[in-house]
Design a protein around this ligand. Sequence first.
Ligand code: DQA
Length: 146
Amino acid sequence: MIIHIVHGANLDRLGIRQLDIYGSNTLEDQVPILKGWLDKYWPNVELKSFQSNIEGEIINYLNSNDGPGNAFIINPGAFTHTSVAISDSVAGIQSSVLEVHLSHTYARESYRRHSLLADYTCGTISGLGWIGYRLGIEALLSIDDD
Ligand code: DQA
């Protein structure tokens, strides 16, 4: 099984942007920590990470990695609230997709309360910071066991 962690707009700026909301951790330090944790508990599960600020690149990544043995955790950043195109991609793929947000999007500006992807994902974890990714991975592995 491969779990793909997909990040969208401005999440390459974690550790620099709005530290009070997103914290000081970066993708570069957190993804290896997640990999180490996964190796310890699920050594047969591979973790791949992809980030882009370009909507089409995210769509290409999702579409080209869809298929048996693959699952996605996606944090699209602001594309969550704007991208019909990423939502269409998620709607069209077979693999499970789970949405994660570092911040508590339901407790912020009203435009962050709506996700265009949510109709097509198996769930959303919001507001738990990086713990959300671990919980998301555990959920995907449990869903896959069903
Ligand atoms: C975010 C929440 C989005 O509303 C925002 O645009 C982001 C980050 C989060 O992880 O909390 O860029 O996806």
